[in-house]
Design a protein around this ligand. Structure first.
Ligand code: GLU
Length: 376
């Protein structure tokens, strides 16, 4: 093992994905309350150290199934959607109540694929999550299974959790399920497989260890976990796969228990900024005054007041170039307003946005997290 393994308390923003089998004892048809209580103690421990914690919780369908006493076996789409409608209410209540025993407020967020994959909706979801985190709440996130159809769904919360982690620039994603890590041979190969403690890069060999995709075991199995690992580590988020079968699974990771770490070479902020700087085609230009140039160079966000003129037809979430009035490129960023709205608020105080547009948008026209300065 060449790399030094990170320690759990080193992280500042952690996404914890909890698999259905951990929360719901499907044989007995009920929730594993003791386990959840123990997990929430671990969450409270991490949260108390000023860390931001997000939970991606599966279990809506499984819980709905037990409440409704549906027969075992595969469910038709309508059945699983309806089961999720019943189960999600119960799931949200259990999380809210259990976290509340530690004085932590939970906030439920249900997302569909488009909420993380379309930039405009992505920004909306991210702003809501950011606000919850500023309030020190713990967002409890799941796919909105009641409206997601086969074509437009994640279907597994491993990849959803990875997208949530990258969207929020989390520095760690923890996948808790009934598997304690990656083994060097597929589970179907039988005995003799060894746990891999660290993956420094996801190579074809690593993927082969997860077994073939499309197999019976792949959904929610190791294949989607490796996919999640790719999404996370490319965007600067470390990932750990650990078993949630024991009580206090997060303490167990912190104490060096069995698990597999997937390390990222990048840091999330740098990775995100690289993506903003390089990967996008700017859709417009914001021309800003010297005061705003100085503010950006001090690390501030761009406010509408500092923008003198705009060009281009861009939508909220598009990349724009930011130039000073001599045309020198100052930076690039993701703009928080459509061009039409931006044209109406530039030069104005952020306090007037509500009055001008009739809705209260963001104070910043480009938030500093969405901004990269040229030459930096
Ligand atoms: N969203 C599904 C549920 O809550 C779970 C998907 C998964 O387990 O990966 O039941």
């Amino acid at each position: 093992m060449s790399a030094r393994l990170p320690a759990l308390p080193d992280f500042r923003r952690v996404v914890i994905k909890v698999g259905s089998s951990l929360l719901v004892d499907s044989a007995a048809g009920r929730l594993r309350e003791d386990w959840l209580r123990a997990l929430c103690e671990d969450i409270a421990w991490l949260h108390s150290g000023k860390r931001d914690i997000l939970v991606v919780s599966s279990g809506a369908i499984a819980l709905g199934r037990s409440v409704l006493k549906l027969p075992r076996g595969a469910l038709a789409l309508e059945d699983s959607q309806a089961a999720a409608a019943v189960g999600q209410i119960a799931l949200a209540r259990i999380w809210a109540e259990t976290l509340a025993t530690h004085g932590i407020t939970a906030g439920q967020i249900l997302v569909t694929l488009g909420d993380t994959e379309e930039r405009r909706r992505y920004l909306n979801a991210r702003s809501t999550i950011d606000r919850l985190l500023e309030w020190k709440s713990v967002p409890v996130i799941n796919e909105n299974d009641t409206v997601a159809t086969n074509e437009i769904r994640y279907g597994d919360n491993d990849r959803l959790a990875a997208r949530v982690a990258t969207m929020t620039s989390a520095d760690l994603l923890v996948l808790l399920s009934d598997i304690d890590g990656l083994y060097d041979a597929p589970p179907s190969a039988g005995g003799g497989a060894n746990l891999v403690p660290v993956v420094e890069r996801i190579t074809p060999q690593i993927e082969a260890m997860a077994g073939a995709s499309g197999s019976e075991l792949s959904r929610g199995g190791m294949v989607t976990k490796i996919e999640a690992g790719k999404i996370a580590t490319t965007a600067g988020t470390h990932m750990v796969i650990a078993s949630g079968k024991t009580l206090h699974p997060l303490r167990a990771i912190a104490d060096g228990g069995r698990c597999t770490w997937f390390l990222t070479p990048a840091n999330p902020v740098t990775a995100r900024k690289k993506w903003i700087a390089g990967a996008l085609e700017p859709k417009g230009t914001l021309w800003i005054d010297q005061g705003a140039v100085a503010a950006l160079r001090r690390g501030a966000s761009l406010l509408p007041a500092g923008v003198k003129r705009i060009d281009g037809t861009f939508q909220r979430g598009d990349a724009v170039t930011i130039r000073d009035l001599d045309g020198i490129e100052i930076g690039r960023g993701l703009v928080a307003y459509d061009a039409d709205d931006a044209a109406r608020i530039i030069g104005r105080s952020s306090a007037d946005i509500m009055m001008i547009l009739g809705f209260s948008g963001r104070t910043e026209i480009v938030h500093r997290d969405d901004l990269v300065l040229t030459g930096h």
